[in-house]
Write a protein that binds this ligand. Sequence first.
Ligand code: ADP
Ligand code: MG
Length: 249
Amino acid sequence: MGKTVTAENVSAYFGTHRVLNDVSLTMQANQATAIIGPSGCGKSTFVRCINRMHETVPSGKMMGKLFLEGKDIYKMDPVTVRRNIGMVFQRPNPFPTLSIFDNVAVGLRLNGYAKRSVITDQVEKSLRMAALWDEVKDRLQKSSTGLSGGQQQRLCIARALALEPDVLLMDEPASALDPISTLRIEELIEEIKQTYTIVIVTHNMQQAARVADTTAFFLSGEMVEHGPTTQIFTTPRDQRTEDYVTGRF
Ligand code: ADP
Ligand code: MG
Protein backbone atom coordinates (compact mmCIF):
# COMPACT_ATOMS: atom_id res chain seq x y z
CA MET A 1 0.00 0.00 0.00
CA GLY A 2 1.12 3.53 -0.62
CA LYS A 3 2.26 5.89 2.07
CA THR A 4 1.64 9.60 2.37
CA VAL A 5 4.52 11.95 1.57
CA THR A 6 4.57 15.28 3.34
CA ALA A 7 6.83 18.19 2.50
CA GLU A 8 7.17 20.84 5.19
CA ASN A 9 8.82 24.15 4.32
CA VAL A 10 11.15 22.60 1.78
CA SER A 11 13.69 24.94 0.22
CA ALA A 12 16.37 23.71 -2.17
CA TYR A 13 19.55 25.29 -3.41
CA PHE A 14 22.25 24.79 -5.99
CA GLY A 15 25.12 26.48 -4.18
CA THR A 16 23.61 29.76 -3.06
CA HIS A 17 20.98 29.80 -5.81
CA ARG A 18 17.60 28.98 -4.28
CA VAL A 19 15.38 27.05 -6.66
CA LEU A 20 12.64 25.93 -4.22
CA ASN A 21 11.21 28.31 -1.67
CA ASP A 22 9.38 27.03 1.39
CA VAL A 23 7.25 24.38 -0.28
CA SER A 24 4.71 22.59 1.90
CA LEU A 25 2.66 19.89 0.23
CA THR A 26 0.96 16.65 1.23
CA MET A 27 0.87 13.89 -1.36
CA GLN A 28 -1.80 11.42 -0.25
CA ALA A 29 -1.35 7.67 -0.23
CA ASN A 30 -3.01 5.76 -3.04
CA GLN A 31 -3.58 8.86 -5.10
CA ALA A 32 -1.77 10.53 -7.96
CA THR A 33 -0.52 14.06 -7.33
CA ALA A 34 0.53 16.05 -10.40
CA ILE A 35 3.17 18.76 -10.23
CA ILE A 36 2.74 21.30 -13.00
CA GLY A 37 4.39 24.61 -13.82
CA PRO A 38 6.66 26.26 -16.37
CA SER A 39 10.11 24.96 -17.22
CA GLY A 40 12.68 25.79 -14.56
CA CYS A 41 10.13 26.31 -11.75
CA GLY A 42 11.65 23.52 -9.64
CA LYS A 43 9.44 20.51 -10.35
CA SER A 44 12.29 18.07 -10.91
CA THR A 45 14.25 19.44 -7.98
CA PHE A 46 11.22 18.91 -5.77
CA VAL A 47 10.78 15.24 -6.64
CA ARG A 48 14.55 14.76 -6.38
CA CYS A 49 14.37 16.10 -2.83
CA ILE A 50 11.74 13.47 -2.00
CA ASN A 51 14.06 10.55 -2.81
CA ARG A 52 17.23 12.33 -1.65
CA MET A 53 18.74 12.56 -5.11
CA HIS A 54 19.15 16.31 -4.79
CA GLU A 55 21.76 15.86 -2.07
CA THR A 56 23.87 13.72 -4.42
CA VAL A 57 24.54 16.81 -6.58
CA PRO A 58 27.72 18.35 -5.11
CA SER A 59 26.19 21.82 -4.84
CA GLY A 60 22.72 20.50 -3.85
CA LYS A 61 21.34 21.54 -0.48
CA MET A 62 17.93 21.18 1.07
CA MET A 63 16.23 22.78 4.07
CA GLY A 64 12.93 21.82 5.61
CA LYS A 65 11.46 18.38 6.16
CA LEU A 66 10.11 15.50 4.16
CA PHE A 67 8.15 12.69 5.73
CA LEU A 68 7.09 9.28 4.52
CA GLU A 69 3.99 8.40 6.56
CA GLY A 70 5.30 10.51 9.42
CA LYS A 71 8.90 9.21 9.23
CA ASP A 72 11.61 11.76 8.45
CA ILE A 73 13.02 10.70 5.06
CA TYR A 74 16.30 12.46 5.87
CA LYS A 75 16.72 10.32 8.98
CA MET A 76 16.10 7.07 7.14
CA ASP A 77 19.06 5.26 5.67
CA PRO A 78 19.48 5.94 1.95
CA VAL A 79 19.04 2.26 1.00
CA THR A 80 15.63 2.21 2.68
CA VAL A 81 14.70 5.45 0.95
CA ARG A 82 15.58 4.09 -2.47
CA ARG A 83 13.75 0.86 -1.75
CA ASN A 84 10.57 2.59 -0.68
CA ILE A 85 10.57 5.48 -3.13
CA GLY A 86 10.92 4.48 -6.77
CA MET A 87 11.68 6.88 -9.59
CA VAL A 88 10.99 6.94 -13.32
CA PHE A 89 12.72 9.54 -15.46
CA GLN A 90 11.80 11.42 -18.60
CA ARG A 91 14.06 9.40 -20.88
CA PRO A 92 13.63 5.64 -20.58
CA ASN A 93 16.92 4.41 -19.13
CA PRO A 94 16.92 0.61 -18.92
CA PHE A 95 20.34 -0.91 -18.27
CA PRO A 96 21.45 -1.43 -21.88
CA THR A 97 23.81 -4.33 -21.20
CA LEU A 98 21.20 -6.32 -19.29
CA SER A 99 18.42 -8.53 -20.58
CA ILE A 100 14.80 -7.55 -20.13
CA PHE A 101 14.52 -10.04 -17.25
CA ASP A 102 17.67 -8.83 -15.51
CA ASN A 103 16.61 -5.18 -15.74
CA VAL A 104 13.80 -6.03 -13.36
CA ALA A 105 15.65 -8.70 -11.37
CA VAL A 106 18.81 -6.75 -10.61
CA GLY A 107 17.26 -4.63 -7.87
CA LEU A 108 15.74 -7.71 -6.28
CA ARG A 109 19.10 -9.48 -6.19
CA LEU A 110 20.82 -6.40 -4.76
CA ASN A 111 18.18 -6.26 -2.05
CA GLY A 112 18.66 -9.76 -0.82
CA TYR A 113 16.22 -11.79 -2.87
CA ALA A 114 18.17 -14.97 -3.57
CA LYS A 115 15.72 -17.70 -4.48
CA ARG A 116 15.43 -18.03 -8.23
CA SER A 117 11.73 -18.94 -8.20
CA VAL A 118 10.89 -15.95 -6.00
CA ILE A 119 12.79 -13.62 -8.32
CA THR A 120 11.13 -15.12 -11.39
CA ASP A 121 7.68 -14.67 -9.86
CA GLN A 122 8.38 -11.11 -8.82
CA VAL A 123 9.76 -10.20 -12.25
CA GLU A 124 6.62 -11.56 -13.91
CA LYS A 125 4.37 -9.75 -11.43
CA SER A 126 6.18 -6.46 -12.01
CA LEU A 127 6.10 -6.80 -15.79
CA ARG A 128 2.39 -7.59 -15.61
CA MET A 129 1.79 -4.55 -13.44
CA ALA A 130 3.63 -2.41 -15.97
CA ALA A 131 1.42 -3.88 -18.74
CA LEU A 132 4.47 -5.26 -20.53
CA TRP A 133 4.38 -8.98 -19.76
CA ASP A 134 2.48 -10.12 -22.85
CA GLU A 135 4.83 -8.22 -25.13
CA VAL A 136 8.06 -9.54 -23.66
CA LYS A 137 7.31 -12.93 -22.12
CA ASP A 138 8.86 -14.76 -25.08
CA ARG A 139 12.01 -12.63 -25.17
CA LEU A 140 12.93 -12.14 -21.52
CA GLN A 141 16.57 -13.01 -22.10
CA LYS A 142 16.93 -10.58 -25.00
CA SER A 143 18.48 -7.16 -24.60
CA SER A 144 16.27 -4.31 -23.48
CA THR A 145 17.68 -2.18 -26.29
CA GLY A 146 15.47 -4.01 -28.80
CA LEU A 147 12.33 -2.59 -27.21
CA SER A 148 10.49 0.50 -28.44
CA GLY A 149 10.70 3.70 -26.40
CA GLY A 150 7.29 3.11 -24.86
CA GLN A 151 8.18 -0.49 -23.99
CA GLN A 152 11.48 0.66 -22.48
CA GLN A 153 9.64 3.14 -20.30
CA ARG A 154 7.23 0.45 -19.13
CA LEU A 155 10.28 -1.71 -18.40
CA CYS A 156 11.64 1.11 -16.24
CA ILE A 157 8.30 1.25 -14.44
CA ALA A 158 8.45 -2.52 -13.88
CA ARG A 159 11.99 -2.13 -12.55
CA ALA A 160 10.81 0.59 -10.17
CA LEU A 161 7.83 -1.49 -9.02
CA ALA A 162 9.78 -4.73 -8.47
CA LEU A 163 10.75 -3.84 -4.92
CA GLU A 164 7.15 -2.89 -4.15
CA PRO A 165 7.87 0.70 -3.16
CA ASP A 166 5.37 2.86 -1.30
CA VAL A 167 5.89 5.81 -3.58
CA LEU A 168 6.56 6.14 -7.29
CA LEU A 169 8.00 9.43 -8.49
CA MET A 170 7.59 10.05 -12.22
CA ASP A 171 9.39 13.00 -13.78
CA GLU A 172 7.69 13.68 -17.12
CA PRO A 173 7.48 9.93 -17.76
CA ALA A 174 5.78 10.24 -21.13
CA SER A 175 7.21 13.40 -22.61
CA ALA A 176 9.71 11.49 -24.76
CA LEU A 177 7.06 9.06 -26.02
CA ASP A 178 4.65 8.94 -28.93
CA PRO A 179 0.91 9.56 -28.26
CA ILE A 180 -0.08 5.88 -28.12
CA SER A 181 2.73 4.99 -25.71
CA THR A 182 1.76 8.04 -23.66
CA LEU A 183 -1.80 6.81 -23.41
CA ARG A 184 -0.61 3.41 -22.24
CA ILE A 185 1.50 5.02 -19.53
CA GLU A 186 -1.50 7.08 -18.43
CA GLU A 187 -3.72 3.99 -18.27
CA LEU A 188 -1.04 2.29 -16.27
CA ILE A 189 -0.84 5.17 -13.79
CA GLU A 190 -4.63 5.00 -13.38
CA GLU A 191 -4.33 1.33 -12.44
CA ILE A 192 -1.34 1.42 -10.14
CA LYS A 193 -2.23 4.56 -8.26
CA GLN A 194 -4.70 2.54 -6.18
CA THR A 195 -1.79 0.75 -4.51
CA TYR A 196 0.97 3.35 -4.54
CA THR A 197 1.47 7.01 -3.99
CA ILE A 198 2.20 8.53 -7.37
CA VAL A 199 3.84 11.91 -7.81
CA ILE A 200 3.93 12.82 -11.48
CA VAL A 201 5.67 15.85 -12.88
CA THR A 202 4.15 16.85 -16.17
CA HIS A 203 4.10 19.87 -18.42
CA ASN A 204 1.12 18.33 -20.16
CA MET A 205 -1.99 19.75 -18.52
CA GLN A 206 -4.35 17.33 -20.26
CA GLN A 207 -2.28 14.53 -18.80
CA ALA A 208 -2.57 15.96 -15.31
CA ALA A 209 -6.32 16.31 -15.83
CA ARG A 210 -6.55 12.68 -16.95
CA VAL A 211 -4.50 10.94 -14.27
CA ALA A 212 -4.12 13.11 -11.20
CA ASP A 213 -6.46 13.29 -8.21
CA THR A 214 -4.85 16.51 -7.04
CA THR A 215 -2.58 18.97 -8.79
CA ALA A 216 0.01 21.38 -7.42
CA PHE A 217 1.05 24.41 -9.44
CA PHE A 218 4.65 25.58 -9.02
CA LEU A 219 6.02 28.92 -10.15
CA SER A 220 9.56 30.24 -9.66
CA GLY A 221 10.30 27.71 -6.92
CA GLU A 222 7.08 28.34 -5.03
CA MET A 223 4.08 26.10 -4.63
CA VAL A 224 1.33 28.50 -5.60
CA GLU A 225 -1.70 26.31 -5.23
CA HIS A 226 -2.66 22.68 -4.58
CA GLY A 227 -6.13 21.23 -4.85
CA PRO A 228 -8.38 18.71 -6.57
CA THR A 229 -7.30 18.56 -10.20
CA THR A 230 -10.66 19.68 -11.60
CA GLN A 231 -10.68 22.68 -9.30
CA ILE A 232 -7.15 23.70 -10.30
CA PHE A 233 -8.11 23.59 -13.97
CA THR A 234 -11.60 25.11 -13.75
CA THR A 235 -11.77 27.37 -10.70
CA PRO A 236 -8.25 28.08 -9.46
CA ARG A 237 -8.04 30.41 -6.49
CA ASP A 238 -4.83 32.14 -7.48
CA GLN A 239 -4.60 34.45 -10.46
CA ARG A 240 -1.17 33.06 -11.36
CA THR A 241 -2.61 29.54 -11.58
CA GLU A 242 -5.45 30.80 -13.75
CA ASP A 243 -3.00 32.57 -16.07
CA TYR A 244 -1.00 29.36 -16.42
CA VAL A 245 -3.85 26.91 -16.93
CA THR A 246 -5.55 29.19 -19.45
CA GLY A 247 -2.28 29.48 -21.37
CA ARG A 248 -1.78 33.18 -20.73
CA PHE A 249 1.93 32.62 -20.07
P1 ADP B 1 11.79 22.03 -13.80
O1 ADP B 1 11.88 20.57 -13.59
O2 ADP B 1 10.54 22.65 -13.28
O3 ADP B 1 11.99 22.42 -15.23
P2 ADP B 1 14.28 22.14 -12.30
O4 ADP B 1 13.97 21.61 -10.95
O5 ADP B 1 14.97 21.21 -13.24
O6 ADP B 1 12.96 22.74 -12.96
O7 ADP B 1 15.18 23.42 -12.16
C1 ADP B 1 14.93 24.46 -11.24
C2 ADP B 1 16.05 25.47 -11.34
O8 ADP B 1 17.26 24.89 -10.92
C3 ADP B 1 16.28 26.02 -12.73
O9 ADP B 1 16.55 27.39 -12.63
C4 ADP B 1 17.50 25.26 -13.21
O10 ADP B 1 18.25 26.04 -14.10
C5 ADP B 1 18.26 25.04 -11.91
N1 ADP B 1 19.07 23.80 -11.95
C6 ADP B 1 18.62 22.56 -12.26
N2 ADP B 1 19.62 21.66 -12.17
C7 ADP B 1 20.73 22.35 -11.80
C8 ADP B 1 22.10 22.00 -11.53
N3 ADP B 1 22.50 20.71 -11.62
N4 ADP B 1 22.95 22.98 -11.17
C9 ADP B 1 22.53 24.26 -11.07
N5 ADP B 1 21.28 24.67 -11.29
C10 ADP B 1 20.38 23.73 -11.65
MG1 MG C 1 12.15 18.99 -14.91
